[in-house]
Design a protein around this ligand. Structure first.
Ligand code: NDP
Length: 277
């Protein structure tokens, strides 16, 4: 296949659902060549129909991530935009979550993203341009009970992104952090499932079950923004001449992050303990 080196090329991880799916479609509409990556390629016909290239990829598997990036480079010669979006919420009390599961949470949400950045950076440096968008969360700025490992990964991703921005700025590369608030996707169902399975019985059961119920409640769904809102923000960031370093968007993101900055720890704890009782 001839290599087209003109059009800008984007690789979006976690494209089989939610924010990643909406982002792949949105970037495609914006005129980029888009590759959408995920494990469940059987769920990605909508992307194929829209002209998005589908890549089978497990971000925790080095060979799989490397092969995915090599395929894009073989077909289009470049990756201008990497959207590190693949992720999930491994919820459960710190006392209950097996450490192997905590490691897995970091493998997907942090190390997977970092590995993909490593794979695309040589090309970006050579062209002296490129944008890496890391999907953090408002949970990368605030904390809630039973979210220790999820928040841990997102706080880590925020710091890794800030370091990466400093390191790659001299090469003309932008690093953007997106901090979604509550978004209507499969995320909350998966987080609720983890929470019930991990802490739904035992010392933390009462509060854990209440939090899990709130995650998959109608109210939560009503209080969530559509994934297209995040997709539009990402499209704006990657097409901006000078993107912001952080975009907090979606239900609750801006007010909760602002509130956390204002409140002392004990005041925040009291607020969250009341809200999760
Ligand atoms: P979804 O569960 O709808 O989508 C998650 C995506 O991540 C899926 O496409 C899934 O694909 C992919 N994924 C998970 N594990 C892996 C893996 N090991 N390798 C490759 N892909 C993987 O959730 P969202 O769209 O909501 O989540 C997208 C991002 O947004 C996540 O990082 C999440 O933490 C973040 N976020 C979400 C919020 C929300 O309220 N929804 C709020 C704040 C942040 P597959 O299983 O097919 O591999």
């Amino acid at each position: 296949m001839p290599v087209d080196t003109h059009q800008h090329v984007a690789l979006v991880t976690g494209a089989s659902s939610g924010i990643g799916l909406a982002t792949a479609l949105r970037l495609q509409q914006a005129g980029l060549v888009v590759y959408g990556a995920a494990r469940r390629v059987d769920r990605m016909q909508q992307l194929t129909d829209a002209g998005v290239h589908v890549v089978a990829m497990d971000v925790t598997d080095d060979a799989s991530a490397t092969a995915g990036v090599e395929r894009v480079l073989a077909e289009h010669g470049r990756i201008d935009v990497l959207v590190n979006n693949a992720g999930y919420g491994s919820y459960g009390a710190v006392e209950d979550v097996p450490i192997d599961e905590a490691r897995r949470q970091f493998e997907v949400n942090v190390f997977g993203a970092a590995r993909l950045a490593q794979l695309v950076l040589p090309g970006m440096r050579a062209r002296r341009s490129g944008t890496i968008v890391n999907i953090s969360s408002m949970g990368g700025r605030i904390t809630t009970p039973f979210g220790a490992w999820y928040h841990g990964t997102k706080f880590a991703l925020e710091a890794v992104s800030d370091c990466l921005r400093l390191e790659t700025a001299p090469f003309g590369i932008d690093v953007v952090v997106v901090e979604p608030g509550g978004i209507r996707t499969e995320w909350s169902g998966i987080a609720a499932e983890h929470l019930r399975a991990t802490s739904g019985r035992g010392a933390y059961a009462e509060r854990a079950n209440a939090v899990a119920t709130s995650f998959d409640s109608e109210t939560m769904a009503r209080r969530s923004s559509p994934p297209e809102l995040i997709a539009a923000t990402i499209a704006r960031a990657v097409t901006a001449r000078r993107p912001r370093t952080r975009y907090a968007v979606g239900f609750g993101a801006k007010p909760l992050i602002a509130l956390r900055r204002l409140l002392p720890d004990r005041a925040w704890d009291a607020l969250i303990l009341r809200a999760t009782a």
